[in-house]
Ligand binder design. Structure first.
Ligand SMILES: NC(=O)c1ccc[n+]([C@@H]2O[C@H](COP(=O)([O-])OP(=O)(O)OC[C@H]3O[C@@H](n4cnc5c(N)ncnc54)[C@H](OP(=O)(O)O)[C@@H]3O)[C@@H](O)[C@H]2O)c1
Length: 194
């Protein structure tokens, strides 16, 4: 069974972006020892253009070989002219409006999102599955999430896009590890209590 990991950046108060989802205020923290951590331990979570800029386009995948993201998150790449933002992973985009994937190798999940993710998890080979976000798809997949890797940036948003676009329900996780970085970024790793 492969793990589904929601690997996500947020503010101290748990928002993954401003009310429209814009997380650009966090970008400046991606530097120094924290950037080294991302490059060495989670290089596959850096989109292709970032990998090229950092000179790590051939970095091997460490934790994930598959990515699942919602169309709104994927749209950010499309708007920048990039059709395959995670070309080093098997890319899956949930969408009922995109009839076919603009990017080579990008698979559209148009229906039975949970069933498709369960099938990906049931594959017996390979690394884990990176749930990239955003909020709505994470809310729909909450019951399937096995691990959280939460990158908290030292900023308060007050309001914004929640980590999970879902209704109220308590879901328990166990804290597996905490990493702190010089610029105040905190990375917590939790596993799902089943
Ligand atoms: N802080 C971070 O680390 C981080 C990471 C990722 C994203 N984000 C932010 O999150 C924002 C986007 O989040 P969001 O919540 O608005 O949208 P989202 O979850 O990225 O995408 C929602 C879209 O996914 C498709 N979808 C959802 N459920 C589906 C289902 N069951 N079956 C088929 N398709 C389904 C629909 O696409 P269609 O409309 O095409 O049908 C829906 O409009 C972005 O602004 C981005 O900046 C932040």
């Amino acid at each position: 069974m492969r793990k589904l990991t929601y690997f996500i950046a947020c503010s101290i108060d748990g928002f993954i972006g401003d009310p429209d989802g814009d997380a650009s205020s966090m970008f400046g923290f991606v530097a120094d020892d924290y950037l080294e951590f991302l490059k060495s331990e989670y290089p596959e979570t850096i989109p292709v253009q970032g990998r090229e800029a950092l000179g790590i386009q051939n970095a091997p995948n460490e934790h994930f070989d598959t990515v699942v993201q919602g169309r709104a998150s994927y749209q950010l790449a499309l708007d920048a002219g990039i059709t395959s933002p995670y070309a080093h992973l098997r890319e899956h985009v949930a969408s009922r409006t995109l009839e076919q994937a603009p990017g080579t190798g990008v698979e559209i999940i148009a229906d039975d999102l949970v069933g498709r993710v369960r099938a990906l998890k049931a594959e017996e080979h390979g690394l884990g599955i990176y749930l990239c976000g955003g909020s709505r798809i994470a809310g729909e997949l909450l019951d399937e999430i096995d691990e959280l890797v939460i990158k908290t940036y030292p900023q308060v948003y007050g309001s914004g896009m929640p980590m999970f676009g879902s209704g109220f329900a308590v879901t328990d996780f166990t804290l597996d590890g905490v990493r702190t970085f010089g610029n105040g970024v905190l990375v917590r790793r939790y596993s799902r209590k089943r």
